[in-house]
Design a protein around this ligand. Sequence first.
Ligand code: FAD
Length: 513
Amino acid sequence: MVARLLLTFAICRLIVTVGLNVEPAELLRLGFGGGHVSTERHDLEAASLDFGLMARAEASPLVVFHPSLAEDVARAVRAAYSGGFVVSARGHGHSINGQARAAGGVVVKMTSGGGGGRVAAEEGYVDAWGGELWIDVLRRTLEYGMAPRSWTDYLYLTVGGTLSNAGISGQAFHHGPQISNVHELDVVTGKGEILTCSEGQNPELFHAALGGLGQFGIITRARIALEPAPQRVRWIRVLYSDFSTFTADQEYLISLHDRKFDYVEGFVIVDEGLINNWRSSFFSPRNPVKISSLGTNGGVLYCLEVTKNYGESNADSIDEEVEALMKNLNFIPSSVFSTDLLYVDFLDRVHKAELKLRSKNLWEVPHPWLNLFVPKSRIADFDRGVFKGILGNKNKTSGPILIYPMNKDKWDERTSVVTPDEDIFYLVALLRSALDNGEETQSLEYLTDQNHRILEFCVQEGIDIKQYLPHYTSEAEWAGHFGAKWDKFRRNKMQFDPKHILATGQGIFKPGL
Ligand code: FAD
């Protein structure tokens, strides 16, 4: 062991001093400890693709490293730091634009390692490995009657992957995003040190890593806040034909403090007829909802989606609680769809849709997704120009278009993520799939062009949007995205990843090897 350590050290010194070119795989193999180095073709190919299926294989890594422990991750980063190659953590690879790639370097496949950390039910937290899927975190914590408070709609994403963005769903209006629900992190910095950070310990790194797009370190452990898990969920959808009535109701619901829904989301229906995308299985497939039957003359419809959690203690009053909240809303009276299910089934709802789409070969297709935070003051302009304008009512939409508001005071300004400068902003998520079915309006080119037109429209109209899960290709665009936070972002990069070797797939900083 000591001899190996000395050998690794000597080779690293040699590389640093004379610039000896050693392949990343060799360098990693010289190390000691656990983990597995792969240069298998299928591993390299898989690591160069992602859910977007748009970034192609020219960005293949040379090596995929499967760590077992945080120390393995640190060893890989130290080897990269001294050996002069780039290294990116890959969570579940559910990015859209190649953000988890490491062209010519090492991809650290975080789902390989770790394993369940401690569930401290009484203290109200769980320790999760950075590569753990949220579905596994949920299953582990439910054994103790507990669950995380803030979610994403889909649970087959990793803890480190969503915390590097924000992690949002319909609970964010009162619990904040997932990054507002973390007590502590272990992070392997770009120099290969493992640092524990929190509000009180290494706070700069803690705030930088949350929403930090993987730029400052690889998250190997997160301590996540828990709450007692509800048992069941009442899940309700109602429709609106008038946008301002719809958003007024959404904003009213997220302003409530005590008696409130637990989840508030919504989506836009610009489709020509059936409500038929993967968010809509809830509407009975045997009795599909015809927009025309709701008297909107083929116009755009808006669906509010809310849930109320309950358990044994309030099962008797759930009907009354829901009714009291619904009676203040102004939806189309004939359009109430309600169902009741286990909490875990509600949280895992998108996975069911995934299985259906997979069975029809409609899951592994290109996803030109566009996620935007739109300030409340301009959401009506966005509706006019985009939902009723660019998207119109003649396209078939192969995917949901989500829209829901959040309260900015639930977001910690010290984290790296950027949001619009208003108390309330909306997520607008165009989650469309490109299909090769001969329909021009569903092709990748058409949808990509529409995304560009939407972004251009926002620039022309002065709508100060922020991209969520951002994708830019030049430093000037990134500086514009981060705005007032850009200088700090760059300073943090110099401090925690001075050679710019981490998460180069984001395309923010050029590697300074
Ligand atoms: P990857 O795509 O593997 O990585 C993303 C970035 O994070 C890369 O730059 C990578 O290098 C970096 N990274 C990964 N792991 C770590 C780590 N441990 N430490 C530091 N950096 C790391 N997002 C929401 O907020 N809400 C939703 O409801 C939601 N729903 C989704 C539904 C689907 C079907 C899909 C495909 C995505 C959804 N997303 C949602 C987006 C998702 O949160 C992001 O794409 C996220 O990055 C995916 O996590 P991942 O584990 O696959 O990360």
